[in-house]
Design a protein around this ligand. Structure first.
Ligand SMILES: [Zn+2]
Length: 366
């Protein structure tokens, strides 16, 4: 019995590895897969046969190299599987439908009542998922990923305390949504989903990065050493609650002078430039602590003023990081705009089912 489970695991693992490679390379042949995974040609043939049977790949012609036999070339079928991603913000629920390669096909935005309850969210989620699932053929929808404001526990699927939402204390949202929707659900911090989306789009050079989101609060998603970094309690990245002013105003978290409250007060005064400079100080603090080479700025409260925030962050990085000739950091805005969190949550579902973005080079052998 245990042996059968092991074999299932190895089979799924190797299939996922091949899907991950195919997703990156577009078309592939058996030799590319063998070279990329270390699997034997026989094992690769078995994987490809399974993926063909599952409808995930299809032949895409033949390639002739030298005098040998022509080689069949395959391609991943993007519309063979779909995932839905949800971005739960304080006033809105944004849902996207993505295909197997993470392209956003449809977006729905629903307002949420002020200070919404878990029941409000589940109702809105069920309605939106039904609408998006309508266009998908049976069996092709893999699951739903939810990116939500924290603090929350990704491993347990529990929202611990969503800042500024009264009804969200120890809510087992993942299990509640799984039961309501009748399909696999994954829960992660909004910012971690966001940085996952950027990593999907930017490829293997995106290894050490941070996504900073300004949207009813300030948070950061960390991507370190080629994968999402969540920390000991899956609560890493509470960037907005780093203190930047010791005797500053009282923050929603209870401390004084947090970056978030100092930033928000500047925005409330209408001083976007001052707010951008506060955020820029935080960016430099973060660079000093974790040495990333990509900073991605995102969030509905930031993107309309992207030039001011980008300018301030770039100026601060140049002025305050010693040796900019050596410590190079690229600062950009999100490549997916306001869909980035929802899209990333969908990509996390696809990662779970069809292999990590950063696949290990070596396959598992029985
Ligand atoms: Zn705070």
């Amino acid at each position: 019995m245990e042996k059968a489970a092991d074999l299932d695991y190895l089979r799924d693992y190797n299939d996922a590895l091949v899907v991950a490679i195919a997703r990156r390379s577009g078309v592939f042949d058996r030799a590319t897969i063998a070279a990329g995974t270390g699997l034997t040609p026989q094992a690769v043939s078995k994987v490809v046969a399974r993926l063909l049977a599952a409808g995930l790949v299809e032949p895409d012609g033949v390639r002739r190299t030298g005098v040998g036999k022509p080689t069949t070339v395959y391609r991943l079928i993007p519309t063979s599987r779909y995932a839905i991603g949800a971005h739960v913000a304080r006033r809105t629920l944004r849902l996207v439908l993505t295909d197997l390669v993470g392209e956003v096909l449809r977006t729905i935005v629903t307002p949420l009542p002020e200070d919404f309850t878990p029941q409000h969210l589940l109702d809105a989620l069920a309605e939106g998922v039904t609408t998006l699932a309508d266009g998908c053929r049976a069996g092709r929808l893999v699951g739903v990923g939810i990116g939500m404001v924290g603090p929350l526990d990704h491993a347990e699927g529990v929202v611990r305390d969503a800042h500024r939402l009264r009804h969200w204390h120890d809510v087992p949202l993942r299990d509640l949504a799984t039961e309501r929707l009748g399909m696999p659900v994954l829960l992660d911090k909004d910012v971690t989903a966001g940085v996952t989306a950027e990593a999907w789009r930017r490829g293997t050079t995106f290894r050490d990065a941070v996504l900073i989101m300004v949207e009813s609060g300030i948070g950061s998603g960390l991507w370190l050493g080629g994968s999402a970094y969540r920390g000991a309690h899956t609560n890493a990245g509470e960037f907005g609650h780093m203190v930047v002013q010791l005797d500053g105003p009282r923050c929603v978290c209870g401390r004084r002078g947090c970056l978030e409250i100092v930033h928000d007060q500047a925005r409330a005064r209408g001083d976007v430039d001052a707010a951008a400079r506060v955020l820029a100080v935080g960016v430099v603090n973060l660079l000093q602590a974790i040495d990333v080479d990509h900073v991605v700025l995102a969030g509905a409260d930031l993107l309309p003023h992207a030039d001011a925030y980008l300018g301030a962050a770039l100026a601060a990085v140049r002025a305050e990081v010693p040796r900019v000739d050596w410590l190079t950091t690229e600062v950009t805005t999100s490549s997916l705009g306001t869909d980035v969190i929802a899209a990333g949550a969908a990509m996390e579902v696809l990662n779970e089912e069809y292999g990590p973005l950063t696949s290990p080079r070596t396959a598992a052998h029985a």
